[in-house]
Design a protein around this ligand. Structure first.
Ligand SMILES: Cc1cc2nc3c(=O)[nH]c(=O)nc-3n(C[C@H](O)[C@H](O)[C@H](O)COP(=O)(O)OP(=O)(O)OC[C@H]3O[C@@H](n4cnc5c(N)ncnc54)[C@H](O)[C@@H]3O)c2cc1C
Length: 284
């Protein structure tokens, strides 16, 4: 492994100043993705700037919605009282990430900024239409999470930008959401995963949001499936059409974890299971 300097700033301003001093330095949070890439010589850097000792970008606050600091660990999401009740799909996704050790080190910011198609927290954040806060020496901005991902392991973040927080809007009292993940074994990256948010008026779907992971170059929103469900009473026939649209809307690959065909199949199965579950009907 190459040698590198290690900085541990305690404020955002200091972290940004360190980055300005060393152009090719990399930000590191829990290191559970980045250290693997450094060890594999996939990433070479002269310096690491740790984001783990900056209190202003850690922690969860709930008001109408939720503001989650980017350096909040996945374990803290799981343990937070109140977050899971308001955003169950996010808590379900967090609980399915890695092992206890990985959850205690890995952060939500790292999960999202690593931009893997299988990033588990990305799916609930997509269906809740979260926004992410970014800060650089040039100022602050906020963008929809959907605009963050631009390719496998690629985000639209500028090299000197730090993700500071994730903002989740207050869920409608009529909204319900769920996250489903298929791994080869219980503790595994997903073969395929789906998150669904439905706002229901009886059996009528007022709003549908569907996202899928490990079935395209980035975590995906499946808007065709959403459009089929929205504004209609959810019948078996309608749900079949939505599942077919979801399966058409993904572009999975075959790799060591699964075949493309199986991944596509799981998307249809999970969308059906999620919708029936949220409707309180018998699941397939
Ligand atoms: C054994 C193992 C099992 C795993 N299982 C899962 C799993 O089941 N599901 C899953 O989704 N992931 C899994 N992962 C991947 C990883 O643990 C998560 O993605 C984790 O949330 C990454 O967070 P981190 O803080 O460790 O990121 P880091 O490794 O510190 O950083 C990842 C990337 O994001 C950048 N970054 C981090 N924070 C910020 C920020 N605030 N602003 C700007 N850039 C930032 C870094 O520069 C780096 O490029 C697993 C990893 C391992 C090693």
């Amino acid at each position: 492994m190459n040698r590198y300097d290690y900085h541990r700033p305690t404020t955002l301003t200091e972290a940004l100043a360190r980055k300005a001093e060393t152009k090719d330095a990399r930000f590191i949070a829990g290191g559970t993705d980045l250290m693997v890439r450094i060890r594999g010589k996939d990433v070479v850097t002269p310096a690491l700037i740790s984001l783990r000792s900056i209190p202003e970008i850690a922690g969860v606050s709930l008001d109408g919605g939720a503001c989650i600091g980017a350096a909040t660990t996945i374990g803290d999401l799981v343990r937070h009282e109140g977050l899971g009740a308001r955003y169950p799909a996010l808590a379900q996704a967090a609980r399915r990430i890695g092992s206890q050790q990985i959850r205690n080190a890995g952060t939500i910011g790292g999960n999202v900024c690593n931009a893997s198609p299988c990033a588990d927290t990305a799916l609930p954040l997509l269906v809740h239409e979260a926004r992410v806060g970014l800060a650089s020496a040039g100022g602050k901005r906020e963008i929809p999470i959907a605009d963050l991902f631009c390719g496998p392991r690629a985000t639209c973040l500028k090299a000197d930008e730090i993700m500071t927080h994730v903002l989740l809007p207050a869920p409608s009292p009529k909204a319900k959401a769920v996250f489903l993940k298929k791994g080869r074994v219980m503790m595994d990256l997903s073969v395929a995963s789906v998150a669904v948010l439905l706002e229901l008026n009886g059996d009528t779907c007022v709003k549908a949001r569907v996202a899928a992971g490990s079935v395209g170059p980035t975590p995906l929103r499946l808007k065709d499936a959403e459009a089929i469900l929205e504004g209609k009473r959810i019948t078996d026939d309608l749900l079949t059409k939505a599942c077919e649209a979801a399966m058409r809307g993904v572009s999975p690959i075959t790799d060591v974890r699964s075949t493309a065909e199986y991944r596509r199949h799981i998307v249809g199965v999970f969308l059906k299971r999620a919708v029936l579950g949220l409707l309180g009907r018998e699941t397939a």
